[in-house]
Design a protein around this ligand. Structure first.
Ligand code: GAL
Length: 831
């Protein structure tokens, strides 16, 4: 009976309840849902000239929108943008948001708080004219208790949010501007679990038993003390498979207007462990009861897993060695900008998982909570990073200016917010922090390490350092014993649990000599550069950019392209193959986070304007994989892979290099128009094979074989003139919830259905039904066409259009047209 009731309760917990006007909570409702979305129907006005909230009423130019919202992505690329090329040449500014809302009279005896998951940046908030506070850091969540400023019942309330991203530059990459993450209203009893009030750890884990420890902070906002019971129950599974595992109770007496932290423990027999392959989650439900009536309920997802970083064996998860095959990600979602959308994040992670990625580094700031939830569910090893700078700024108006006043609170809040996520395995206290070389830096690092360990001792701490050893020497063996080799003071300080390398792959094989007592993690690697679908006909694995630090890439390729053979790298990085070959070789090299999984807006290294987005991604800005994606897939997954490139549209007789990535085979034979041009096998630590052949129009076919038997066959054909468009949706049924997205790929094909690899037609989109087009993108770093619009120019025969549902079920009909090409239509169902 108990189990049934509780099961029903949990079922309810998964449903969002509207407590605000329009959807009141009935007073006899047994179980209280604390959190409801506060995203819809905001008014927004971008105006640098209005500096004062009292004058915003003078403006008539408000428009209604839902948050998460990023106003910078709606703007035009601007060569002179104060954000600079690093910031993606998109402008910031000063934005105002306001919203009118009612709160049910019944809630006047409760506590009502508003939570912003992230507002970029320098937000200030007022409710009914009362100033609630300011939060400079755009990437951290914050909450205000608004109970005492609210009108309850029929009277309106007004919330005003000022967002000041006008001081530029303040970021090395595209930040976005605005209320770019979710907003929530939380309504609780005056006796409730505090914000981020649970801390779940699993200190002892075996296959037979896991001890699960709970530290729960209860907040009493009543003016009298309370005698209450705190019950923590562990559940496993979801929906109809939800099973109650065990509960524990504790009686407490909590003083008036006081907080109290209690400790509880539950033993879970035969725990189902969280792993990368099977990310199994448990749910802890904390109930607070007064006189046998539940007054508050708080849900915490957690995982049971055991891990360590071993000096010799690297990363060990549940007793098994797991190589961390990670990527760094910035927070933007390509054409959607920095406004978070859970489906868009999930799609990025799905594409990365298909490639074999098992780790994400949240470079270089706390991510959206939804990213961590997805990593928990999908099985990624997350390095959660706090800062890109400490006190010393990297750009004129960045967070370094707020360091003294805010760093402690920002770090503590990140730890409290994130520490229950089973996907997080590493805390990073900073990326390439200039102070790493000085005494000041060591003092700051000690402070940050002490804070981190105060709030979580279960995960190791690192910093993404510039080379932990001085590489400015001729001797490339780079061991300390050698003359002139110095150790990075932060690496030498003994503060870090893991030595975090950014680049410096030449030193990895000396790690055990250089740091005999501290395990290894490559916090950032590679920085290879590629434009999807563009190739210099002949590859050159020794090609580096720039050859010298003082050279600019002014002699680069036409259209600011970078050849997509894995041949172009930054001077501080390596080819994709070079770093992976080293990491793969030694168990003690626990793994790596490649710069980057996806291209991102801004930092268009090696070029500057007119390039506006990065070339570093293994996947482009639209979500289309570059070729090297398949190198990793052949190495990192169990899938059978055979991928050949480039395209097959060249000048007659031109010499062209054909590369193949493959696995599970001894050899690959290549045929041009039916004639063999040779059999190739990877030798030693090779990760690809190559043929250098004269171009002849027709069909290039590759066959991989094992023990003489065909494993896979693939072919590419010379395309004729572009003839028609093809639309393919990643999901042709989406939720009618006003949020869900369908990502539709447009391929430009010749009359026989072959992708036209050089087609760059402008494509026009139209949509019928209850939905809208929310983004268009080709992945071209040089494109200045808006990401918000109904047309876009394709790159290398491909383009992406993103369709969003509204709140109505039905049928969406998307049509794509381009001059001279046959149009295409696709239907997406919303339900
Ligand atoms: C690193 C830095 C990253 C990015 C990258 C580009 O040094 O940590 O944020 O700038 O270089 O190669």
């Amino acid at each position: 009976m108990f189990q049934f009731t509780l099961y029903k309760k949990i079922g309810l917990l998964f449903v969002s309840f509207l407590l605000l006007t329009g959807c009141k909570t009935s007073s006899d409702e047994k179980f209280i849902n604390r959190k409801v979305s506060f995203n819809s129907d905001w008014s927004f006005h971008l105006n640098d000239s209005i500096k004062d909230k009292d004058t915003i009423g003078a403006s008539t130019q408000w428009r209604t929108l839902n948050v998460p919202h990023d106003w910078s992505i709606e703007g035009k690329f601007d060569e002179k943008s104060p954000a600079g090329y690093g910031g993606g040449s998109l402008n910031g500014g000063l934005g105002w948001y306001k919203k009118t809302f009612k709160v049910a009279a019944a809630d006047s005896s409760k506590v009502t708080s508003i939570t912003f998951d992230g507002v970029y940046k320098d937000s200030e908030v007022w409710v009914n004219g009362h100033y609630l506070g300011k939060r400079p850091n755009g990437y951290i969540g914050f909450q205000y208790d608004i109970s005492s400023y609210l009108n309850y019942g029929d009277k309106n309330n007004e919330i005003i949010v000022k967002v000041d991203n006008s001081k530029q530059p303040n970021s090395r990459w595209y930040s976005g501007s605005g209320i770019f993450r979710n907003v929530w209203i939380e309504t609780t009893d005056k006796l409730h679990v505090a914000q981020w009030g649970t801390y779940v750890t699993t200190p002892k884990v075996t296959t037979e038993n896991a001890s699960v420890n709970f530290e729960t902070t209860i907040q009493n906002q009543n003016s009298d003390s309370k005698k209450a019971t705190v019950t923590t129950t562990i559940f496993y599974g979801v929906g109809s498979d939800l099973r109650r595992i065990k509960s524990t109770n504790q009686n407490i007496t909590i003083g008036a207007n006081a907080n109290q932290t209690i400790k509880q423990q539950i033993e879970v027999p035969n725990p189902i462990l969280w792993s990368v392959e099977k990310p199994e989650l448990y749910t802890a439900v904390t109930e607070i009861s007064l006189d046998n009536k539940v007054v508050d309920e708080y849900k915490t997802k957690f995982g049971i897993r055991d891990f360590k970083f071993d000096l010799n064996k690297g990363f060990i998860l549940n007793g098994k060695q797991v190589k961390i095959k990670g990527v760094c990600m910035h927070h933007d979602l390509g054409p959607l900008g920095a406004a978070i959308n859970t489906r868009a994040i999930a799609r990025q992670l799905e594409i990365l998982k298909e490639m074999g990625v098992n780790g994400i580094r949240t470079s270089h700031n706390p991510p959206a909570p939804e990213l961590l939830d997805l990593c928990d569910k999908m099985g990624f090893i997350v390095m959660d990073e706090a800062f890109d700078m400490w006190k010393q700024t990297k750009t004129k108006y960045d967070y370094g200016n707020d360091w003294d006043k805010w760093h402690k609170k920002d770090l503590v809040d990140q730890l409290l917010r994130d520490r229950n996520h089973p996907s997080i395995f590493i805390w990073s206290i900073g990326n390439e922090i200039p102070e790493q070389w000085s005494e000041t830096g060591i003092t700051i690092a000690k402070e940050l390490a002490a804070i981190t360990r105060q709030y979580d001792k279960t995960r190791p701490l690192t910093a993404a350092m510039n080379p932990p050893v001085n590489m400015n020497i001729d001797d490339v063996t780079l061991q300390f014993e050698k003359k002139n080799v110095q150790i990075n003071p932060l690496a030498a300080s003994g503060i870090l649990d893991l030595i975090g390398y950014n680049y410096a792959h030449q030193t990895y094989e000396h790690h055990q000599k250089n740091f005999p007592n501290t395990p290894f993690i490559a916090t950032e690697t590679t920085s290879g550069l590629q434009t999807r679908g563009y190739y210099d006909a002949v590859s050159d694995v020794n090609k580096k950019w720039p050859v010298r630090w003082d050279l600019k890439f002014t002699d680069g390729n036409p259209g600011n392209t970078v050849s997509a053979y894995d041949q172009t790298q930054t001077p501080w990085g390596s080819t994709h193959e070079a770093t992976w070959k080293i990491i793969k070789k030694h168990d003690y090299l626990s793994g790596m986070y490649i710069w980057t999984g996806f291209d991102y807006i801004g930092e268009p290294t090696p070029y500057e304007w007119p390039s506006v987005s990065s070339y570093f991604g293994i996947v482009d800005l639209a979500g289309f994989p570059k070729d090297v994606y398949y190198m990793y897939q052949s190495e990192w997954t169990d899938k059978t892979v055979l991928h050949i490139f480039p395209h097959w549209n060249w000048k007659a007789g031109q010499t062209v290099d054909v590369w193949a990535y493959y696995n599970k085979a001894d050899e690959v034979e290549l045929f041009l128009n039916g004639k063999s041009v040779g059999v190739r096998s990877k030798k030693g630590d090779d990760l690809h094979v190559m043929w250098r052949i004269p171009f002849q129009a027709g069909t290039l076919k590759a066959i991989s074989r094992k023990d003489g038997k065909t494993v896979l066959e693939t072919e590419i054909k010379t395309a004729g003139n572009p003839d028609n468009l093809k639309l393919t949706a990643d999901r042709s049924t989406i939720k009618a919830d006003g949020n869900d997205l369908s990502f539709v790929t447009v391929d430009i094909l010749d009359a026989k259905g072959t992708l036209a690899p050089n087609a760059n037609n402008e494509i026009n989109f139209s949509l019928k039904g209850n939905g809208k087009i929310v983004g268009v993108c080709s992945g071209d770093p040089v494109s200045h066409e808006p990401y918000k619009g109904n047309k876009h120019t394709a790159l290398a025969g491909k383009c992406l259009v993103i369709v969003q549902s509204e709140n109505k079920t039905g049928r969406l009909e998307l049509t794509a047209k381009a001059n001279g090409l046959k149009q295409a239509t696709i239907v997406i169902t919303t339900e």
